[in-house]
Design a protein around this ligand. Structure first.
Ligand code: NAD
Length: 307
């Protein structure tokens, strides 16, 4: 780098010993090569790669395409909403996906749209036999490297309007389903050399949720189960993290009246409801090696709603 004025040259000489070599345009031996910026680049091709935004950008894009190649991911509740958004992004990044859901028509249509990289099976997450079938399907596709416990139900009722049957229904799908799933995938993930489990909780698992005691209870449970499982499974090479979406524009929130929607919006600093793909991007981060040193963590994707 050329410094024009003599005063500046003097100042540069004084601070030179304290500057990193890459700011000084010096060669590997630490000597100024006198060839200016271009000369110094020629002297250190590896630095060329690090300092060129275009090369760095290209390397990043190449990494992204390869991020899930050869990986198989099982997504419950994968027929629509956030599960479908995750499936689309995963396939675009090279993964093969198994979509489990009760919604056969939508699940099969999505698998067809995604092509040979996707397969659908009718799966009720409360049934152990269905989990065994889902894991077998994944292994037939090449192993099992990731699993998203995404299936869930939300039937919002206040404490005094919630009967035991409704409470139990939430526990079975949202909580027992997640438990059975984590247990079912472990041997297959070990056979695949390790894996990543992402449990979809909610902001309702980070604070109280208005008029939804049963849902809230199960989503808090998922947060704790995630941390307990992370401890149990770390020695087996399996990471477990939870994602906590705020209000997301899917079928699930169609139960809200306009007044409830306005009330939810007022609690979001970013002033809007999230999109399924915005949660899916966070899920892909946790599924991928980009989060290789994260386990037992909780990631809020909520426009700041829990701040
Ligand atoms: N939409 C939101 O505002 C929001 C906010 C926070 C958390 N979440 C959570 O995100 C996850 C995905 O929800 P979504 O927003 O995509 O809603 P969604 O209703 O579109 O998706 C839920 C899916 O789970 C499936 N499912 C329900 N019971 C099942 C069972 N027993 N076995 C298998 N599949 C079953 C449904 O058929 C559906 O496809 C859920 O766990 C939900 O609790 C949603």
């Amino acid at each position: 780098m050329a410094i024009g004025a003599p005063g500046l040259r003097h100042a540069a000489a004084l601070i030179q010993p304290f500057l990193p070599r890459r700011l000084l345009g010096t060669g590997e031996g630490g000597q100024q090569n006198g060839q200016g910026e271009h000369g110094s680049h020629r002297a250190s091709p590896s630095r060329d790669h690090r300092s060129s935004p275009s090369l760095a950008g290209r390397a990043l894009r190449e990494d992204k395409v390869a991020r899930f190649s050869g990986k198989v991911v099982l997504i419950t509740g994968g027929a629509r909403g956030q599960g479908a958004a995750e499936a689309r992004l995963l396939v675009a990044e090279g993964a093969r996906v198994v979509l489990g859901d009760l919604l056969e028509e939508q699940g099969r249509a999505l698998a067809e749209e995604l092509g040979p990289a996707a397969r659908f099976l009718r799966q009720d997450v409360t049934q152990e036999a269905d989990w065994a079938a889902a894991v077998a399907m994944a292994e037939a596709m090449g192993g099992l490297h990731g699993m998203v416990n995404n299936a869930g139900i939300y039937v919002p009722k206040r404490l005094m309007e919630t009967d035991a049957a409704l409470f139990e229904r939430h526990m079975r799908v949202n909580q027992l389903g997640c438990f059975l799933g984590m247990q079912a995938v472990v041997p297959a993930m070990e056979r695949s050399g390790g894996g990543s489990i992402v449990n979809i909780s909610s902001t309702a698992g980070l604070r109280g949720s208005p008029g939804a005691i049963a849902y809230s209870g199960t989503k808090w449970a998922l947060r704790g189960m995630t941390k307990a499982a992370a401890l149990d499974l770390a020695p087996r090479g399996i990471r477990v993290n939870s994602v906590h979406p705020g209000p997301i524009e899917t079928e699930m929130v169609q139960v809200w009246s306009n007044a409830q929607r306005v009330e939810r919006l007022a609690r979001i600093p970013m002033g809007r409801i999230g999109q399924a793909e915005e949660v899916a991007r966070a899920v892909l981060f946790l599924l991928s090696d980009d989060s290789s040193y994260m386990t037992g963590a909780e990631l809020a994707v909520d426009g700041g709603a829990t701040l």
